[in-house]
Write a protein that binds this ligand. Structure first.
Ligand code: TPP
Ligand code: MG
Length: 685
């Protein structure tokens, strides 16, 4: 795409404190020029929205320029990490890319950096560590923490910038992220853009203590207030803070007093304000005041020249960006997942030359041991790997699956996190955006619900909306039968996999678990591994290095027969195998039995062929029936062979209840070998 030549005025995107000392006027004019470009851009975007040429909505940054332009100019854009918010158009245009790229994002045409899959300011530039925001406020903070930590682990002296408004300051993720950054010692500058309102809600309805920056003390970090009426003041205060964060590797909280000059968004009439209030806010606009100050200092002619050049440049760029062709839907489905990559060069043995290398060809291991061994292998052979989760270090995890890893690989590669599922997950996502490949353990799969936004809306959508690979493995210890009750026993596959963009494997044997980790680890997409807790120590089984470990993405035929096709996964594979053996012995009735293994993407060809052969289908899973995974399987497996079916498909699943606690109740709730036999027998009629 050929865009208008960028004027010399905008050829420099950096300002350092030393520049102010060396040539104060030139430096302030440079800051002014970028602020004027941001303001003019924002104003014109608003006009174009009102003309119906931009869709969705626009949340203008008018009033925020004096914060965001100096900040982006001061950042070291060769190493630093940022995630701009919905008021930060000025930051985007300084950080990277041509002004037209940012406009094309609003026009949602072929030039859009998100391929028009995201609207207005939901873009970034992952290749320069500008992490595109999702709407959910607060979510991006922990991504910045993880990305900065990734940079620093790779020897780059990076600082991060994470933004939130006075309203967003009330979310839980803000707290989790600041605490995490402080505990881990990650130098992120958390910037509260306090503009007095969140949508229509004034700060007095948002929090009680008037000084948000004072929260910093509670997190053990420095905090201060910054008046953004004077950009020179911002350059000086912010520049010094960035230097401190970089030198000390400590986070800082800055409460920036900024302005929201145009209400919340394009459609906001501000009628929730007191009479005259909106006008008073507009009158407080720092831009004309600062301009007058600079003009009074003798820079009037230069300012006039800048204003004229900005006006022309913005109009030329709008024309160029508007002239781009409309977006094509081509490739949209293919882009959901990052493409497959070649296998990693694993040592062809269970272990590696790591701290506990053993050369045995085959060993008998429990599933917990197999996972421990494969984590060791990954940590030994892949320097970009790390494992994280609650209590996974000295304690070895709630199920002792990570036992001994801390001793052998040390912190921070084996990282016990504070109790903060959302921020830990966001941290892992941020690391994955930079080049690390984290493996995150949830203590129980149930607690992943606290990280749902990070998993299903952030990680899972990243490649689709930004072309960014997010290689994270999420370990979900799941399933019931252990008297753990409603909040420690659930099967969550249908909930999570109803969102696009996640891969998932649910192994039923120690060998498959070993293989699943290698296959998931080297995948460039977020992958959930469901680990049934009841299988962790269900006997020892042979495990060996399997060069075909990627076959775990395909179903495995466990038994062959002709009466019906049984499809299942997880612990139910064991129950179904026993049930099928019973029918073979007692009734001379045999089944094709498939262990699905990969729940996403579904690979159903072999199973469809089996259904075509047997004409009967039985789905067994431990999760609940309604909206359960079986509904999707039945539909997909019968739609092609519906008229050839000899019987209605049978679904065996849990009751539509929370998982009850007492063993007598849980037995009734969950499928068991006996219940599977009874259900099939009744169905056979
Ligand atoms: C978690 C979440 N809840 C609600 C919204 C809808 N929303 C978008 S912006 C906004 C107001 C945010 O206020 P503040 O954090 O002060 O930022 P400002 O818009 O003032 O810059 C709301 C409620 C959202 N994006 N995310
Ligand atoms: Mg606000």
């Amino acid at each position: 795409m050929s865009f208008p030549t960028t004027p010399a005025l905008f050829s420099r995107r950096d300002v350092r404190l030393a520049d102010l000392a060396a040539d104060r006027s030139a430096t302030l004019l440079q800051v002014y020029a970028w602020m004027q470009l941001a303001r003019t851009g924002d104003n014109r975007i608003l006009d174009l929205f009102r003309q119906g040429l931009i869709r969705g909505t626009v949340t203008g940054g008018q009033g925020n320029e004096a914060l965001i332009c100096p900040l982006a100019l001061l950042a070291d854009k060769s190493v630093d990490v940022v995630s701009f918010s919905h008021r930060d158009f000025g930051g985007h245009i300084v950080w990277s890319d041509h002004f037209c790229d940012h406009l094309a994002q609003y026009f949602a045409n072929a030039g859009s950096p998100t391929k028009a899959r995201e609207g207005n300011i939901h873009h970034g530039d992952p290749k320069t560590r500008s992490l595109p925001m999702i709407s959910h406020l607060g979510i991006m903070l922990s991504n910045v923490v993880g990305a900065v930590d990734s940079q620093r682990r790779n020897g780059r002296n990076a600082v991060g910038f994470a933004f939130f408004g006075d309203g967003s300051s009330s979310t839980g993720d803000i707290h989790e992220s600041m605490n995490l950054a402080s505990v881990l010692g990650v130098p992120v500058i958390f910037v509260i853009e306090n503009n007095g309102y969140a949508y229509s809600t004034p700060t007095c309805e948002q929090f009680v203590s008037p000084n948000l920056f004072e929260r910093a003390r509670g997190y053990g970090m420095e905090g201060f207030e910054m008046d953004c009426a004077d950009p020179e003041n911002v350059v000086r205060q912010l520049g010094a803070a960035i230097d401190r964060a970089r030198a000390t590797a400590r986070p800082i909280l800055i409460e920036a007093k900024t302005f929201r000059l145009r209400g919340h968004a394009a459609y906001d009439t501000c009628d929730y304000m007191k009479p005259g209030e909106a006008e008073a806010i507009l009158a407080g606009d720092p831009m004309p005041k600062w301009r007058a100050k600079l003009a009074a200092a003798g820079l009037g002619a230069q300012l006039d020249a800048i204003d004229a050049e900005v006006r022309d440049y913005v109009e030329t760029c709008i024309k160029a960006a508007m002239a781009l062709p409309p977006i094509s839907p081509e490739g949209m489905e293919a882009d959901l997942f990052a493409p497959d990559t070649p296998p990693m060069p694993w040592t062809p043995s269970l272990d590696s030359g790591g701290p506990s290398s053993r050369e045995a060809a085959t060993e008998n291991l429990t599933m917990a041991q197999a996972i421990n061994r494969v984590l060791r292998k990954i940590l030994s052979e892949r320097p970009e790997s790390l494992v994280l989760g609650q209590d996974i270090g000295t304690y070895g995890g709630a199920f002792k699956v990570t036992e001994g890893l801390l001793k052998d690989f040390g912190r921070p590669r084996v990282l016990s996190t504070p109790l903060c599922e959302s921020a830990s997950t966001g941290y892992a996502i941020g690391m994955a955006c930079i080049g690390h490949r984290p493996i995150e353990e949830f203590q129980f799969a149930d607690f992943a619900t606290d990280a749902t936004t990070q998993i299903v809306l952030n990680a899972a959508t990243y490649h689709f909306r930004a072309g960014q690979k997010v290689p994270v493995v999420f370990r979900f210890p799941c399933g019931g039968g252990l008297t753990f009750g409603s909040f420690h026993s659930q099967e969550l596959e249908s909930a999570y996999l109803s969102f696009p963009g996640l891969k998932a494997i649910y192994p039923s044997t120690p060998q498959d678990a070993f293989n699943a980790f290698l296959a998931a680890y080297e995948d460039d997409n977020p992958v959930i591994i469901f680990e049934h807790k009841g299988l962790y120590r269900r006997g020892k089984h042979p495990v060996k290095w399997d060069p075909n470990y990627r076959e775990v993405w395909q179903p495995k035929q466990v038994l062959s027969g002709d009466f019906a096709t049984i499809v299942t996964y997880g612990e139910m594979v064991l129950h179904c195998t026993e049930a099928a053996k019973y029918f073979a012995e007692e009734y001379e009735t045999t089944f094709d039995l498939f262990d699905l293994r990969a729940l996403s993407p579904l690979k159903l060809d072999a199973i469809k062929a089996s259904v075509a052969k047997t004409g009967r289908l039985i789905i067994v899973h431990e999760g609940r029936r309604t909206h359960g995974f079986g509904a999707e399987l039945v539909s997909r497996l019968t739609e092609e062979h519906f008229s050839q079916l000899k019987a209605a498909p049978l679904r065996i699943a849990a009751l539509d209840l929370p998982v009850p606690f007492a063993p007598e109740l849980e037995k009734v709730y969950r499928p068991s070998q006996e219940k599977i036999i009874d259900a099939i027998a009744a169905w056979m009629g």
